[in-house]
Ligand binder design. Structure first.
Ligand code: TYD
Length: 140
């Protein structure tokens, strides 16, 4: 079972340049998984919330490429809110962590790198099911 403490902020390389800064990321080097998919969330209307689920197997790395937003993490025991507001920092989230994204600034762009292709069957969208899954004594 993963815990909120297993989520961690990772600082990415930043090449400062008067022509404009550059940051990069390599799977299995800067983050602990091979990148199989990338998607991004943008044009979020004020007050909207994204996410609101956990994954059984998927690991993700979340970057605020532009603007800012909060990532709210919950393992069924503990809850933590992480503000992302720099394009050279990202948040690693292992599998089995409930998360939602909120407080998007105007023009925020959220890049998500994922360890697996899209699979709706990997989602846990029912909070009660997640709580049950995280309860002491439940199957690993
Ligand atoms: P979802 O993951 O529920 O969005 P959120 O970011 O709020 O958690 O995905 C929303 C919709 O987009 C859903 O119908 C599935 C689809 N989708 C894909 O087809 N491929 C993808 O890689 C992702 C992330 C979502």
């Amino acid at each position: 079972m993963n815990r909120v403490q297993d989520c961690r902020l990772i600082q990415l390389p930043k090449i400062p340049d008067p022509r404009g800064n550059l940051t990069f990321i390599e799977g299995e080097r800067h983050i602990p998984f091979a990148i199989r998919r990338a998607y991004w969330i943008y044009d979020v209307p004020g007050g909207e919330v994204r996410g609101g689920h956990a994954y059984q197997a998927l690991q993700e790395f979340v970057v605020a490429l532009s603007g800012s937003f909060d990532v709210v993490l919950d393992d069924g025991h503990e809850r933590r809110t992480v503000l992302l507001n720099r394009s050279y920092f990202g948040l690693y989230i292992p599998q089995l962590i409930w998360r939602h994204l909120e407080n998007f600034s105007t023009n925020a762009v959220c890049l998500i790198l994922a360890s697996l292709p899209y699979d709706e069957h990997d989602y846990i969208r029912d909070p009660a099911l997640f709580a049950q899954r995280q309860a002491p004594g439940s199957a690993p």
